[in-house]
Design a binder for this molecule. Sequence first.
Ligand code: ADP
Ligand code: MG
Length: 615
Amino acid sequence: MADIIQLLPDHVANQIAAGEVVQRPASVVKELLENAIDAKAAAIKLIVKDAGKTLIQVIDDGIGMSVTDARLSFERHATSKIRTADDLFNLHTKGFRGEALASIAAISHVELKTKPEQDDVGTHLIIEGSKVVSQEVIVTLKGTSISVKNLFYNIPARRNFLKSNSVEMRHIIDEFHRVALTHPDIKFVMFQNGSEHFNLPKSNYRQRIVNIFGSKTNEKLVPIKETTAVVGISGFVCKPMFAKKTRGEQFFFVNNRFIKSAYLNHAVSSAFEGLLKEGMHPSYFLNLEVAPKSIDINIHPTKTEIKFDDEHALYAILRSSVKHSLGQFNIAPVLNFDRDANLDTPYKYKDKKAVAPSVEVDKDFNPFREDKAQQVRTSFKKETTSGWESLYVGLESKSTKTQHDFSEVQFESDEENTQIFEADKTVNVSSKIFQIHRKYVVNTIKSGMLIIDQHKAHQRILYEDFLQYLTVKEAVSQQLLFPLKLYFSAQELEIINQLKEDLEHTGFVFSNFNDSMVEISGIPTNVPESEVSVILEQLISDVQNEVPDANFSATDLLAKSMAKSLAIKTGQELTQMEQEHLVNSLFACKEPNVSPNNKVTFVTMTVDELEKKFM
Ligand code: ADP
Ligand code: MG
């Protein structure tokens, strides 16, 4: 048999390797930024157009490359960063595989301009799909500029696979954040479609965080510093009261490399135990320094997982140093052995004002006026009531339909009901609806009974309302007496900005929008003012987590997210009237059976089924 094995031509091998190294424009951004850092740049400029689909350019003032190095840098396994396998165990650079430039050049149009400081002239190279198209001598500044145009131009499948610009841009910004956070000593500037998005001067770590995430961040940061034989920890955690619904601002860097670690995240979260409400996540920016030998560096360049020698020790040290800092900065209760801890004011009472005990005499009390008791009750149940108002929204327009839909689900008529219960006089005949476990609303129907999940059902009701506002665009808003100022990071503001028009259709009025905050002067009528920031945070988190694809509908996501934030929660007690309205509104919906996220909203149990259970 004839020989059939051949070596792959370089450009094919490079294209295959590129599949691993370059998943999306953000991967190119990461590789180019890291090369600039390895080249000891003091200032780095990133320019992107169309979320990197048309252009990604990184300009640095680093060491530059000689003519030969410039040509070699695009060869596979060409690197200046390691020479022997031993070097692998003592890495101090970001790159070392010598693969990035070769991969990028295989799948795009690359233009390189570079000059080492001591040379008079530099090199200008143009490479298209691994082929050098032109090489010239140019006059240029010290350092390197690499432009990557038309990414994936020769792999249509990959190009079509790219997500919308907003999603790709979010990935780019994520990478940019990670790199910029690791190197506060380097100035970073980023331009997107011609306008400056970030301008981060050389600074200390705290300032860098603030410059990225907004001026409000400063007061939130609690410093952490701990040096042990196993690990050095430095950085910041955010105070518990600024915890977020999103996991967005959680950063671990190990030896200046961004990593993801559920295990270490758990260590930090557990240090916050008892200080956070359920579902809230602490923000943190933590740098761990470990001996290069103690981690597995044989990680893939695009992967962010890492293997530590002594994970358990790391966990314990991290947890206790975060706990210690929270305690030291008076954020968590600390045990102080010099004093009797029992004498300390418990943490939760700290900010409360002491109130003199008093006996209140209601001078207006009139035992014959019935509504008095009622009033007192409602004032105590304010929270329930405010959430409850939203149940009524949109009901007017549906009331005619309600009747019709009810006949479909065959609710029992009063007469039949009394008949059933007559045998047992102890059952309160009038309450056909009741709530169990503050979670389910149970209702009798002709064929048996209906069990409704209050949270999911209410989500469905609100979701349909919001969808209607969003499509018909007729929502009414309530004017706020004092406009609400909410501070967000640039990235979060970008998300809100994208959804601004839709939010306006639900009733939000934005009176000011700048690069660190939004000012809101009007909100939807069914949204309590206190919930506004929660809603927007939830929305941002949903957009971030959904990583929406091409057929993503902003309106739908917004309606879902707001419904989720505002729906009455499990654990909330409902009055008889509230229960009735929940049932009525649910069955006035177009799709009462499922929540916006396709979860069942109610189940039925027929008398037959019940009877079987008693056999
Ligand atoms: P690696 O970074 O793993 O070495 P790359 O393909 O990213 O591999 O880069 C290849 C080589 O090109 C680098 O080792 C470095 O010598 C050189 N190089 C790349 N980018 C720059 C830059 N911005 N400035 C100076 N040299 C660079
Ligand atoms: Mg590199």
